[in-house]
Design a protein around this ligand. Sequence first.
Ligand code: ADP
Length: 255
Amino acid sequence: MAIRFDGRVAIVTGAGNGLGRAHALGLAALGAKVVVNDFGGARDGTGGSMTAAETVVEEIRKAGGTAMADGADVSNYEQVQAMVAKATEEWGSVDLLVANAGILRDKSFGKMELSDFQKVIDVHLAGTFYCCKAVWDGMKERNYGRIVLTTSSSGMFGNFGQANYGAAKAGIVGLMNVLAQEGRKTDIRVNTVSPTAATRMTEELLPPQALQLMKPEAITPAVLFLLSENAPTRTTLGAGAGSFAQIKIIETEGI
Ligand code: ADP
């Protein structure tokens, strides 16, 4: 049966660009009401306007979908709670969460400042924890939730210059492994996707020929599957060019 999200409310963080934008457009096209979150910050993690999120909301509305922009910084728990409260007030619930917001502060380990570590942990690991925490009780009450956390091959195999990012991304897999088990009784399913796609994050790392083959839109179907009724119950799904070796379905109970 084709996947649809009619009547579902989704939050996609970091959805002003790249992967998050593609996931938000994909969800809206299949009927979800979407909170397009992006704090609009620069790559180094400093804040900005939320223009990028608003632009994506316009795209969704033009295509006949329903969306609202939100400028929460995911590393700030009060702002994350306010985002969830706003969505719940407006649309009644939050059923689907894609934790995708991210930054890079790559440096070789010898040169990495403690602040480079802390900032990346704050946005990726604490930010992902905060988003899950803010939607969790509502999902438990309604006996339904689908959560997709974005990890990376960097967290599994390691990339040079990414001691901070790799540690955060491995931590996200650890978080998923616990939440997937704790959510089970109430049909909350938590999975991770490990994408390989051409985004602002990878443009400096990969050759142009590779980037042409790696559109963010190619990752979205994997995310939509992990958000669907029939999502697996604990998976790290590698998606995108060259990432097939990472597929690791830990459990498929419930399919
Ligand atoms: P990718 O698509 O690979 O994740 P991008 O850099 O294109 O890489 O997208 C990441 C998005 O996450 C950006 O739009 C960025 O503004 C957003 N972002 C970064 N930090 C935060 C944060 N603390 N809160 C919300 N959004 C964030």
